[in-house]
Design a protein around this ligand. Sequence first.
Ligand code: C5P
Length: 219
Amino acid sequence: MMPIITIDGPSGSGKGTLARRLAQHLGFHLLDSGALYRLTALAAQKQQIDLSAAEVADVAETLNVRFDAAGAAYLDEVGVDSVLRTEQTGAMASQIAARPDVRAALLARQRAFAQAPGLVADGRDMGTVVFPSASVKIFLDASAQIRADRRYKQLIGNGLSANLAALIEEIQARDDRDRNRAVAPLIPAPDALVIDSSHLTIEAVEAQMMDFIRAQGVV
Ligand code: C5P
């Protein structure tokens, strides 16, 4: 069976960074599922489609996206990395992600990333919905304050503007929406290893994950 490692968790828990590092370390493919929700929201916005309209599911279904070898995203062949990671795009993604028809439209596209020699998939429902029989499931959490602080540093580091107090509020609002939605809510799979990264370095979290992956016999 092809090894699939899922890493779910809230925004700012470090799952994106850890998923990238694990994929690199293991030589596996990487799925950043949040990027697909973000790209769908950007595509809808570009086509001037209201984010609460049913047409957003058609946008998801027909999304013309591509990731280059360095992971940069292209929407209709136009590079969109500068807007992809903003908090505003994240909030739009979380709004459309609550729609069951949008989630269904993105399902096959996400599963297509599962290719040899293996996949590391990061998101909110990787272990619960998209890859329920994954070999290894991890749920990465951290306190809202620490996640906001990390996000702040990341945005500033990327040359974007940020306001810490506003970020905490935005992160909490996005978490509430992701955790409380009716479809694919953000919850750890019953068989997931839960790690709280609040007071751990990236290296320490990676070491815990690798121990768990080895214990499951994946490598
Ligand atoms: O992970 P990221 O912050 O890029 O995700 C943006 C938004 O997309 C999340 O807040 C969430 O609402 C949605 N999402 C989701 N399911 C996933 C990945 C992301 O609902 N698997």
